[in-house]
Design a protein around this ligand. Structure first.
Ligand SMILES: Cc1cc2nc3c(=O)[nH]c(=O)nc-3n(C[C@H](O)[C@H](O)[C@H](O)COP(=O)(O)OP(=O)(O)OC[C@H]3O[C@@H](n4cnc5c(N)ncnc54)[C@H](O)[C@@H]3O)c2cc1C
Length: 330
């Protein structure tokens, strides 16, 4: 791991005034101390975050299909990178696609399947010095060179989602790569991906990576629960993938408050719905199924029980017969 000072270089590069702070000048001293404390807190927070998620690590520098590239990938090793926002696009009423550009448009991104990016910002809404750290999942194909794309849902009073939505082309954002579930082709016969709301993004990354690899024969069932019809995006992409990979991939949508005349299945992603979709663990074909979950905390708790080794494993998935080692939560 590089020294902490180099980890924070992008912030100092963006804020040259911080580098010029005279440590002995008394009027500024308290402010500098506060800055040091803020950065130390950020370092501890980031270290803890990465450590907690490190069970899923794989070497960065491998592409979505797990092969190494001749050109040096952009996200190599542990360290912050600051990228410029290239363009934005609203994909539904509250979700924005943000496309960030690498300095070299032909450079491989170098994120492994699957990966997230920890975003680091100091938004004015959070006071002057306290960093906001939140993970987001790249949604463009991981082997697309030159760009990293995020789809970010705006939460009311959301610190980071609000900040990301406020960015304009040319603005910058600082990222730290975080390996997530280390995907191994054909390790599982079938994956059931259960997403709630913005939890669709890690699933989309996985789906693209699996289906882009001709060696990988894993079957995929996606179940996406949303509040209303207007919350659904990526439908065209999923329909195309379903047509291109019949028998390998299907997407099912569950809407809790559908609009009049909606064609979507109504309800919540509960045991009954999962059984109806053929995802009960006792069903013969689901014995070698890996279930992956990403959604709001209440949904995740209902599906797989509390978090941590001592929490009760009493969720819907356990009731359906899935064992703890069959379930992964992003
Ligand atoms: C591995 C991982 C990958 C993720 N990838 C993405 C992604 O690609 N796109 C994306 O939009 N988000 C993603 N998230 C969620 C993201 O990291 C933030 O949690 C989210 O954007 C809210 O942050 P905020 O600072 O805007 O909100 P905060 O300031 O933290 O909270 C503002 C309000 O929103 C509520 N809130 C916050 N998060 C949620 C939630 N998940 N469900 C319901 N209410 C919530 C809070 O309770 C609060 O009332 C991911 C999370 C994880 C763990």
């Amino acid at each position: 791991m590089p020294p902490t000072s180099s980890l924070f270089r992008p912030f100092f590069t963006q804020n040259p005034r911080l580098l010029r702070q005279p440590f002995t000048s008394s009027p500024r001293r308290a402010e500098v101390m506060t800055t040091q404390v803020a950065f130390a807190a950020a370092a501890v927070g980031i270290g803890a975050y990465v450590y907690m998620r490190s069970g899923a690590t794989t070497a960065p520098g491998t592409s979505a299909t797990g092969t190494s590239s001749d050109t040096k990938p952009y996200f190599t090793g542990f360290g912050f990178r600051t990228l410029k926002l290239h363009s934005t696009e609203l994909v539904n009423h509250n979700t924005k696609k943000l496309r960030f550009e690498l300095p070299d448009p032909s450079q491989p991104v170098g994120l492994s399947l699957s990966s997230a990016l920890l975003t680091v910002s100091f938004p004015p809404s959070n006071g002057r010095w306290t960093p906001v750290l939140r993970p987001y999942t790249p949604t463009n194909a991981l082997d697309e060179p030159g760009y990293v794309e995020l789809m970010v849902k705006l939460y009311p009073n959301g610190k980071q989602s609000g900040y990301l939505h406020s960015l304009k082309p040319g603005d910058t954002m600082t990222f730290l790569p975080i390996p997530e579930y280390a995907w191994k082709p054909n390790k599982h016969e079938h994956v059931a991906l259960i997403a709630g709301g913005a939890g669709i993004t890690p699933m989309y990354q996985l789906i693209q990576g699996i289906l882009a690899n001709p060696e990988d024969k894993t079957r995929i069932t996606l179940v996406w629960g949303v509040n209303g019809d207007q919350d659904i995006f990526l439908k065209k992409e999923f329909s195309e993938l379903q047509s291109k990979h019949p028998g390998r991939f299907r997407a099912e949508y569950v809407v809790s408050q559908p609009e009049a005349g909606s064609t979507y299945r109504k309800g919540y992603v509960d045991g009954k719905v999962l059984e109806e979709l053929g995802l009960g663990a006792t069903q013969e074909k689901n014995q070698n199924t890996k279930v992956m979950v990403c959604g709001p905390p209440a949904m995740e708790k209902a599906l797989k029980g509390g978090k941590g080794p001592f929490a009760k494993k009493t969720g819907v998935l356990h009731e359906l017969g899935y064992k703890s080692d069959q379930i992964y939560s992003f």
